[in-house]
Design a protein around this ligand. Structure first.
Ligand code: ADP
Length: 579
């Protein structure tokens, strides 16, 4: 500073005094001007340094605030500094980390109601408060003063100001407060501190609210993108100029190209499939919704889609985007196809035993002279009996399926079930239909009784044994093995038959699903509902804790055989079963 700014010396005369005073005024004015300049500098410097173009992530906001809060503490020579934001949901202000000079615990637990203390006062009134004796000041909350170890402080409001072109404030909103506590070296805070802090608080409010807005927007955008990526339908968006703007993962699978190879390119050039191109093109040209069914891929790998292209217009009515949605309807089509096949197989399956029953009865009726001996007659009756069993089984399968399909539960009639004799009886009945297979039972000594629905367990065994025989055209051994597992029992049904190719192993439990890869499987008559039903019957058995029974393919090797396992709770519970 120049010499002429030096203060007056003691013992000066009154004329000198006035002169000195005049000089002082000039010096003060000069200093004020300098301070203003520095403030402006500080303001731009802080804004530039602290506020990157856009803060879009939480870590970035944290980092920026950390630098900012340090600067605040440095400028105001405070030991502690913290930002508190108001949450309208709970009417409280809480600390927005990071804070300076506060422990993690203090940051976490400090909450102040908007109606209480200096924090509440500053937040409500929107004007700063200086308190130089925190313990005695009646406006402070004494618990918080002790909790944070506060001696003195300044609290300024965080106000977001919206300005017009002439820099006039047209709208403002208080979002929280900024505190500095404990001026260093035992000093008091003064008006100058308040002025500086108010200025910094305005920047802080802008940083926080902008960042929060951006973070919220970018999080929402991310969420939207994730949702779009995860939906099962394919989505392709093209802008008004025909440039691909978005391809989600289902669409990129359907189109056979990675999204990075498609986005940003004209769809006419980037998309290979002519039909998808045509849909987008027609929607763009007609400016109307286009909907049609298309198939992508060949043969068994073909997928069927319901493709729908919608037009999105801006406020001015101009087409901004065309969004095509590819809905994979392959499974629906397959089920429809299977259902048709099912109806014809079921009719056939019903007619076969009926023809046989009618034929034998007619033969017996015609034999008025007693041409057939007793043994032959008995054989005919046995055949009729077996065919009746076959019909009954099929009809009860169909009834159960219709129960499941209509969402009704499979009612259980629970009794004690002695599995060993039940298995022996079913094995004997099944053995009577075949002499190419050797059916046997393996059960440990003293196998326990269980509580279950005997009729349903018999249906499970009938279906699995029936399959084991049907799908072992060359015969072989069919084994039923029983295992005691503690709270549950397991029944394994093994055969030495055709086995099940890998790609069908999960799907054989779906309704109407039949292995159609090889002639052997195809030549066996089936309806594709047996295993679906077995699963439903096993799962209907639940114990007191809600643990349900199940069936699964435990092991299968093509041309060597398969093992199906059924697990049932030892004590099924009627209440649970109905649930
Ligand atoms: P289906 O009436 O056709 O036998 P299921 O639901 O019982 O219907 O079985 C579904 C499909 O699983 C069958 O079509 C068959 O291809 C296959 N499958 C079932 N059990 C066996 C087995 N033990 N060995 C080989 N394939 C089997």
């Amino acid at each position: 500073m120049a010499d002429d700014t030096r203060p007056p010396q003691d013992g000066s005369g009154p004329g000198d005094m006035r002169k000195e005073l005049e000089r002082y005024k000039i010096v003060v004015a000069e200093l004020q001007r300098k301070i203003k300049g520095m403030e402006a500098q500080l303001s731009t410097a802080t804004t530039m340094a602290e506020m990157p173009q856009v803060i879009v992530t939480k870590p970035k906001l944290h980092e920026t605030l950390q630098r900012f809060i340090r600067k605040v503490a440095m400028i105001s020579q405070a030991e502690k500094a913290a930002i508190m934001l108001y949450s309208p949901e709970d009417g409280e202000l809480t600390v927005l980390p990071p804070a300076l000079g506060l422990t993690a615990e203090q940051v976490k637990f400090l909450r102040v109601k908007a109606t209480e203390g200096v924090t509440g006062l500053v937040f409500r009134e929107g004007t700063p408060v200086v308190f130089n004796d925190a313990v005695r000041d009646e406006r402070t909350i004494k618990d918080n003063v002790a909790f944070l170890n506060v001696r003195n402080g300044v609290t300024v409001p965080l106000i977001i100001k919206k300005r017009d072109e002439e820099d006039k404030v047209v709208e403002q909103r208080t979002i929280g407060v900024m505190h500095v506590f404990n001026k260093r070296m035992g000093m008091d805070f003064n008006e100058e501190d308040v002025r500086l802090l108010q200025m910094l608080a305005e920047q802080c409010a802008a940083i926080v609210s902008n960042a929060q807005l951006y973070i919220q927007l970018s999080e929402e955008k991310e969420e939207l993108e994730e949702t779009l990526q995860s939906i099962k339908a394919g989505v392709v968006a093209v802008n008004g100029e025909g440039e691909i703007r978005l391809v989600n993962s289902a669409a990129s699978t359907a189109l056979g190209s990675a999204a990075v190879d498609l986005v940003g390119r004209p769809f006419q050039e980037a998309i290979v499939d002519e039909r998808i191109k045509a849909i987008l093109n027609d929607a763009l040209e007609s400016k109307e919704e286009v909907s049609r069914e298309i198939s992508l891929g060949e043969g068994r790998e073909a997928r069927h889609f319901q493709a729908q292209a919608s037009v999105m217009r801006g406020d001015n009515g101009v087409v901004q985007h065309v969004v095509a949605i590819l809905n994979d309807i392959t499974d629906i089509r397959n089920v429809e196809r299977m259902k048709t096949a099912f109806v014809s197989t079921v009719s056939h399956e019903l007619r076969t035993p009926l023809t046989s029953i009618k034929g034998f009865i007619a033969t017996l009726l015609e034999d008025e002279e007693g041409y057939f001996d007793d043994a032959t007659r008995r054989e005919f009756y046995e055949i009729i009996d077996q065919q009746c069993d076959r019909l009954t089984r099929l009809i009860s399968d169909l009834l159960n399926i219709s129960r499941i399909e209509s969402g009704r539960s499979l009612d259980l009639h629970l009794t004690k079930v002695f599995l060993v004799p039940v298995c022996e009886r079913i094995l004997a009945a099944q053995q009577s239909y075949t002499d190419r297979h050797r059916l046997k039972l393996e059960a440990p000594e003293g196998f326990p009784e269980i509580i279950g629905d005997q009729d349903k367990i018999e249906q499970i065994l009938d279906n699995l044994l029936g399959n084991a025989i049907k799908y072992s055209p060359d015969g072989g051994e069919v084994t039923v093995a029983l295992f005691d597992e503690g709270k549950t029992i397991r029944i394994d049904v093994s055969d030495q038959g055709l086995g099940i190719p890998e790609r069908h192993r999960e799907r054989i439990f779906e309704r109407f699903h039949m292995v159609d890869d090889d002639v052997d499987h195809r030549s066996v008559k089936g309806t594709g509902i047996g295993l679906y039903l077995v699963k439903a019957l096993a799962q209907a058995h639940k114990d007191g804790s809600g643990e349900a029974g199940d069936v699964w393919l435990a092991h299968s090797v093509v041309d060597e055989g398969s093992t199906f396992s059924v697990r049932l709770p030892k004590a099924a519970d009627e209440g649970k079963a109905q649930a």
